[in-house]
Write a protein that binds this ligand. Structure first.
Ligand SMILES: *[C@@H]1O[C@H](CO)[C@@H](O)[C@H](O)[C@H]1NC(C)=O
Length: 231
């Protein structure tokens, strides 16, 4: 009787070990249900956020490309881009801008002006904003631009009126533009007195002119300054 019990217990423990091992193996191999099927031909974009670490599918530039193509084909976008094209063409006509100019766009937003410049044929365009919008705009603080002195031919400050420290904002654009280069800042539509105040923010540049423009549907004033002494 003792022997029988012993054999029974041995078998029982063997069976338990087998069941436990198989269970472990099964857990290990099983794909959690929160995983997405990468081959799903109709993925819902809003479900694409990873819900678990098992989602290894690469959220690469293809999705950004798709999103950009959608945004760039909207009327709002193309209208905004062409409003910047008009402003840029006036700069081109006065030889402040050419295809070989190195151009910096500060407060580039989602990149309207950057795209306008690229479409005109300007090859060396750098767009920065507090939030990046690849591939047009990278992230940088306008109050502390990560560029060497005097490396740009043209510096555009698209939203001086939204800068926390206007003096510093202007100073940074002025610093990165070479002597003889041009800075253009735009502000909410302004009168002569306000323009004079803005001109005073520039320490190394001479006033060229100011004009009212419509940019991305807003009435604004663009102020053109030529950098005189940036050594
Ligand atoms: C600038 O580049 C654009 C696009 O490549 C071209 O159509 C245009 O003729 C160029 N302008 C000049 C002045 O070379």
């Amino acid at each position: 009787m003792e022997r029988h019990v012993q054999i029974f217990l041995n078998r029982l423990s063997f069976a338990s070990i087998t069941v436990a091992t198989l269970t472990l193996l099964l857990l290990y191999l099983q794909t959690p249900e929160t995983c997405f099927d990468p081959s799903d031909p109709n993925p819902k974009p809003h479900t694409r956020f990873p819900k678990s670490t098992c989602d290894f599918t690469h959220r690469s530039y293809t999705s950004i490309d798709k999103r950009n193509r959608r945004i760039w084909s909207t009327k709002t976008w193309t209208n905004a881009v062409s409003s910047y094209t008009s402003l840029l063409k006036t700069l081109q006509a006065r030889n402040y801008l050419s295809n070989s100019s190195r151009v910096l766009v500060v407060s580039a937003g989602p990149g309207h002006a950057v795209q306008a410049l690229q479409e005109l044929g300007v090859e060396d365009v750098t767009g920065v904003e507090l939030v990046d919008s690849p591939p047009l705009v990278s992230r940088a603080d306008p109050h502390n631009l990560p560029f060497f002195d005097g490396i740009f031919d043209l510096g555009l400050g698209l939203y001086l009126d939204r800068a926390l420290f206007p003096g510093r904002y202007v100073g940074q654009i002025e610093r990165t533009v070479r002597s003889g280069g041009v800075c253009v800042v735009t502000v909410e539509e302004s009168g002569t007195d306000e323009v004079e105040e803005i001109v005073k923010l520039f320490k190394k540049s001479r006033f060229v002119d100011a004009r009212n423009v419509i940019l991305a549907g807003e009435r604004r004033t663009g102020i053109v300054m030529r950098v005189e002494n940036n050594s």
